[in-house]
Design a protein around this ligand. Structure first.
Ligand code: IPM
Ligand code: MG
Length: 360
């Protein structure tokens, strides 16, 4: 029997290509560290809708429930945009987070030195960047009720989403933020919109209460609009940023771009039992899907997070991250991070090179 059962859910678009490399890198890392994996694939997203009429089929849900951790690719695409919300590809990842209580969404954004010139910001603004967005994943406006669209009169429709947070939901995610800060540079920023929103007033109060349990962490609070601006003005000021679901969605995309490309950013979705789904932050990129142009690094770095957080095998995670770093040091670049004087390669060549380097 294998040491670990890993669910593999490539999804749509470039999710297919990048996830294959993440899986391969895990396998190679396992070989080097004497760890065996049983990989089982499941369908999700638009691909699953086309095949089975359901973006998050019960077989995929069962596969996840019976796995130690899952690798997820990406879901979505313009051909499925007109479907009702519960049939849209996004229902797969949202359903996964909800079904398994994956409340802690960790999204690190760290700069690889050879990529400082690939960022759209000046090198001195991003050199040494190393921040972590801790995003709440199963609450807030993404899941609040009611959520409806109704006909008010023949000419007018009205749509409602509900932003809701309770003390316990805030407390557990803020706590994760503090725990992460404890093993990093001991700085935590809590982001809210306390000047306007009730949920944010509660958020800030609860964050302040949790702070008392972590006296050695330097805590501050910021409004989300200011945080967005500060991320672009001076991103080096940040260590850990903890925030709600929608603010975290937005800020993590912004943070990813500081590193040169959203194609670099990995993430973990964890629950209280330590089960996790690991996925690149990027989407399906339908414009480049199937053309060997995608950057597999975000997916590969997600596999590293899987080793670190789900399997508690930091050595394997370090080896995968070091291999990515080495591939970049060697000058290999996918189109999204390509700059003058470096070697342009496709998804396959990048993925294979990292795997080779992981093998040692
Ligand atoms: C993300 C994505 C998802 C989200 C979408 C695909 C539903 O943007 O993981 O950041 O909004 O959470
Ligand atoms: Mg997003």
């Amino acid at each position: 029997m294998a040491d670990y059962k890993i669910g593999v859910i490539p999804g749509d678009g470039i999710g297919q290509e990048v996830t294959a490399h993440a899986r391969n890198v895990l396998e190679v890392a396992g070989g080097r560290f004497g760890v065996s994996f049983e990989f089982r694939e499941g369908m999700a997203g638009g691909t699953a809708y086309d095949a089975a009429g359901d973006p998050f089929p019960s077989e995929t849900q069962e596969l996840c429930a019976d796995s130690d951790a899952c690798l997820f690719g990406a879901v979505g695409g313009p051909q499925w945009d007109a479907l009702p919300r519960e049939k849209r590809p996004e229902a797969a990842i949202l359903g996964l987070r909800q079904k398994f209580g994956l409340f802690a969404n960790l999204r690190p954004a760290a700069m690889f030195e050879p990529l400082v010139d690939a960022s759209t910001l000046k090198a001195e603004a991003v050199r040494g960047l190393d921040l972590l967005v801790v995003r709440e994943g199963v609450g807030g406006i993404y899941f609040g009720e009611p959520r409806i669209t109704e006909q008010v009169n023949p000419d007018e429709e009205r749509a409602v989403d509900t932003m809701v947070y309770s003390t316990s939901e805030i407390r557990r995610i803020v706590r994760v933020g503090f725990e992460m800060a404890s093993v990093r540079r001991k700085k935590l920023l809590s982001v809210d919109k306390e000047n306007v929103l009730e949920t944010s007033r509660l958020w800030r109060r609860v964050a302040g209460e949790v702070a008392r349990d972590f006296p050695d962490i330097e805590v501050s609070h910021m409004y989300v609009d200011n945080a967005a601006m500060q991320l672009i003005r001076d991103p080096l000021q940040f260590d850990v940023i903890v925030t709600g679901n929608m603010f975290g969605d937005i800020l993590s995309d912004a943070a990813s771009m500081l590193t040169g490309s959203i194609g670099m950013l990995a993430s973990a979705n964890l629950n209280e039992a330590g089960f996790g789904v690991f996925e690149p932050v990027h989407g399906t990129a339908p414009d480049i899907a199937g053309q060997d142009k995608a950057n597999p690094i975000a997916a590969i770095m997600s596999a590293a997070m899987l080793c670190r957080y789900a399997l508690k095998r930091a050595g394997m995670a370090d080896a995968i991250e070091a291999a990515v770093s080495k591939a970049l040091d060697g000058g290999l670049r996918t189109p999204d991070i390509h700059t003058n004087g470096t070697t342009l390669v496709g998804c396959a060549a990048m993925g294979e090179r990292v795997a080779e380097l992981v093998g040692g």
